[in-house]
Design a protein around this ligand. Sequence first.
Ligand code: LMR
Length: 405
Amino acid sequence: MSLYTEITKLPRDPIIGLTELFKNDKRSTKYNLGVGVYLDENGNVPVLKCVTKAAQLLYEKKDPCVYLPMVGFDSFCDATKKLLFGPAHSSNANIITTQALGGTGALRLGAELLQRTKTVPLVVISEPSWENHRNIFESAGFKVNTYPYYDPITNCFLFDQFLTFLKRLPKHTVVILHANCHNPTGIDPSKEEWQEILDTIRKLDLIPFFDLAYQGFKNNVKEDASVLRTYIKFEKPFLVANSFSKNFSLYGERVGALSLFCCSQEESAKIQSHLKNIIRSLYSTPPTYGQKIVGQVLSNEKLYAIWQSEVQQMRTRITETRNQLVKAFEEENLTSFSFIKDQHGMFSYSGLGIIHAAQLREKFGVYILDSGRICIAALNKTNLKYVTNAISAVVHKKKIQAKSI
Ligand code: LMR
């Protein structure tokens, strides 16, 4: 019997594991529409101009690569606070913002902190939700349930069911909310629905934990943070995990932040000491490069303006691609896909199932998630027709063979 006999093999990760499969696929025609990565019209991960310019400035400064403070540099944290909550809150001492290893790292850091409160009975995530939410909170020792969110028949948000569900939750239940561009469905509550959801959460002393991974991908960076800006007015505890992976195209740098609202300065100091302790035990201090780039762009007027226009370009390309996809489906007599136009963000929740996903992968080298989520941001003029032909073939069960197979 070896040390590891009792450990059983786990299934592949539904998103990153799919990218591993994709990389091992030897076919020349293959498209990864699984992972949420924005690709430009040529199928490349863009290097943003604002990032190149910030990198140049950093290079010229020739800063040594020191250990960062455990919670990250103040300049990065304050700039993030301003971006999330607005200029009036950039030095609000009741908000603690801590650099984190991407959005995932921020969620896990928040989960570890919440575990220390010993007052959280349950964590609830939407049905469906981002594949990693359950994993993160269960790994931190929480019981995770799901709340009704999306009706696959009507492709609509289940507002009434969600509200009824919330009203039955015990105090201090942590409610994971997608601040915009719900992943995977792309369907968000309306402004009025958000108001009622947030009011209910406040009245019932539930703890909202907002996941903001797509700031700027729906309307603009300000509007996309509006739920946070509404909730902060209540002066009640809440958490935010935000990611700069997508909106800065800095996936591998793992830049994100955890922000949380404390009710007093005394509470802030206490919580900050625990965050430092958790960080020190996990990775000691955060990495420097990505946060310096983001911090530089957010605090330099010219670079900020360039960034805004680059985020807008990505957003516009996604919307155009979404419309082209629906049109291409119509040309394939797949008229039932028009609901895709109502979705927001990088993804389209297509309604395709696990069997379709397997057939697309095996027969055509088209990789989508088993849930049917397609990364619209990885489609372009070159692959769109191929992908829609392939989807048409698996939906209509046509015997079309991919050219290169
Ligand atoms: C996604 O949803 O595909 C991205 O957020 C990447 C990830 O870490 O899962």
